[in-house]
Design a protein around this ligand. Sequence first.
Ligand code: ATP
Ligand code: MG
Length: 236
Amino acid sequence: MTEPAFDVQLSLVAEAAGMGKIYRRGAEEIHALREISVAFAPGEFTCVLGPSGAGKTTLLNLLGVMDVPTSGALRVAGTTIADAGRVRLAEGGRDRLRRENIGFIFTEFFLLPTLTAVENVQLPLLWAEKDDHSYAVELLERVGLGHRLTHRPTEMSGGEMQRVAIARALINRPRLLLADEPTGNVDTKTRDGIFDLFRELNADGLTIVLATHDGELAARIDRVIHLREGRIVEGA
Ligand SMILES: Nc1ncnc2c1ncn2[C@@H]1O[C@H](COP(=O)(O)OP(=O)(O)OP(=O)(O)O)[C@@H](O)[C@H]1O
Ligand SMILES: [Mg+2]
């Protein structure tokens, strides 16, 4: 058999090697991540578990190319973001890579209050001037909100708002869905419903990295990476 012509590692959705992040505030240095090495394969559902301040949000922001590492290497969606601690992709390229490959979900939903559910879902593609109304509707139906299309955030429950945010994160057909404590603002029953939805999306092939300090939630996810004080202490 002939060897594959490409490095199989290139097919990883994201890969960090010895990646670190130091935040500098004046003379103060905060080591938020310390030389972590971890890879995310297509179709994987990974939980990043750790206490407050462990570096979960920092890691998700780096994987989502919202921020850049201060040491080590990072590749996302086949593109080198940083290598040997040097940034290799300029801001415009990072913005584009993020728009085309990444979906983000946050604890606070971040929906625009004056827009309907469908309009909120369409928002990320505004720049593309695409007519994506029917896909936005399809996604809202997919997340179980076909009956809430014209509702505004104030007319929805927390769980419904998070489902709208999930549909919005999917509108650009991302290769990687990043969820930062997505069930931090909802009760446990709603949490379970949202979690089931993540599972279904993953079963459809979506790669997901979910950060949480909720051990009960983590116990239901096959792959758990334990972060503590900026280090992976288990599971890489
Ligand atoms: N922009 C920033 N500037 C300076 N320090 C920061 C910044 N963002 C985070 N930190 C620090 O980096 C460390 C890791 O923070 P991070 O937000 O990644 O933790 P976390 O695991 O997401 O915590 P939580 O569960 O509370 O959300 C913390 O010590 C935090 O104070
Ligand atoms: Mg956080």
